[in-house]
Write a protein that binds this ligand. Sequence first.
Ligand SMILES: Cc1cc2nc3c(=O)[nH]c(=O)nc-3n(C[C@H](O)[C@H](O)[C@H](O)COP(=O)(O)OP(=O)(O)OC[C@H]3O[C@@H](n4cnc5c(N)ncnc54)[C@H](O)[C@@H]3O)c2cc1C
Length: 419
Amino acid sequence: MQRVVVVGSGDGGTFTANVLASELHDEIKGGLASVQLIGEHLHHPFQPGNLDIAFKGAVPDKYVKEETELIRKEIEFVQDPAVKIDFKAKSVTTKSGRVLSYDYLVIATGAVADPSRIQGLAQGSLNFHTGGVNSRRIWDALQEFEGGTVVVAIAGTPHKCPPSPNEAAFMLDEFFQKKGIRDKVKIKFLTPYPRPYPAERISHVVEPMFQEKGIEVTTFFNVDSVDPAQRKIYSLEGEAVDYDLLIAIPPHHGADVVVNSGIGDQEGYVPTDKGTMKVVGQEGVYCIGDATNISVSKSGVVAHLQSVVVARNIVAEMKRSKELLEYNGRINCPMEVGHHKAIFVSATYASPPVDQTPSRVKYYMKRSFAMIYWRALNGSLERIFDVFFGQTRFPVTEEGPEKVAAAPDASGQGGRRDA
Ligand SMILES: Cc1cc2nc3c(=O)[nH]c(=O)nc-3n(C[C@H](O)[C@H](O)[C@H](O)COP(=O)(O)OP(=O)(O)OC[C@H]3O[C@@H](n4cnc5c(N)ncnc54)[C@H](O)[C@@H]3O)c2cc1C
């Protein structure tokens, strides 16, 4: 019996388990293989929906489904958080004390947005990175807001969905225009990067649009603390900015189980090979999506494309095939820029993001993703994705095809390991 355990039932973990279950259908039926998926929650959120909840008033329930609706029947869903991953014993222990042994392990525990890491941030700001209910608090605050300064601040990198802070600023501009009080509202954008979007080519698009819309940018602003009583946000560089409403992107870190098992780096991310997605120094152990330490965007598209590589490689190893694959660093993050237009931040390890023209087509493509996400999790859209994304996986070679010319970073955030 070959046992695969997947830890984390979010975007990457659910899709990996489904691909494995599909490819190993006969083996699972014949008692030769098993796929167990460990999850914390029964509810599975579509996280990009948080932007709509915060800035367009969508109800949080619209973007949630039950995990059991999303997985194939061959999978055993273990709704019991993992508390220890033990590479030596090849086992995962859950909160209730169950010990699941594995031959292959996939770590897909994501990243945690954590406002408590900065003094005053949890009390002084709202955010759309810690779930639908907290996102809805932004919408409620916007209903009551009649004028003043709204600050959007990036309070830590890397964070999920690199374009999301810029999207927030664009969506605020649109919201206040529609409410008829744009002239009474200052929108300020605080970023630790040297430009409004970290990747230079994308910043070329964003910067003039921010200027045109009167969104004020402060660069090199590394958030130090927030004083909720005085409504001030301070930078490490000694600047202070006043706000009436603060919307912050909290610092992120890896999942507790990674930290507590001693298998992560300083920020709790798992050291992972950027091509094979194997955990460094381990055989049969893989990591995907937001949980890895590699320099690609923390995004669902990335988790999805890496899942295919990992699932296929596990099946190939089980079947002793030599056809192993590598992920080429493809990212494809949409950025809504307001008034029914969007751009896509696209890159691979070998090719940085290129200039973009905002368009309605890209906007509707972004919005359609909310509808197709649930189907994408069961693998039924892979042919369409293959056409849209092009080739994203290549046979493993000594160097790897895209590694040869690899740019240092495909985060879409511009050559920083932490972006
Ligand atoms: C506001 C916002 C907008 C976004 N927009 C986009 C977008 O437009 N396009 C895009 O591609 N991506 C977008 N993303 C990012 C995307 O949602 C994530 O990058 C993606 O979900 C990552 O997938 P993952 O599987 O790595 O992690 P997740 O989907 O976060 O899943 C991790 C799972 O692990 C579970 N877990 C953690 N610890 C344990 C444990 N101890 N035991 C068991 N389970 C555990 C968690 O409960 C969770 O279910 C956005 C995110 C946000 C917040």
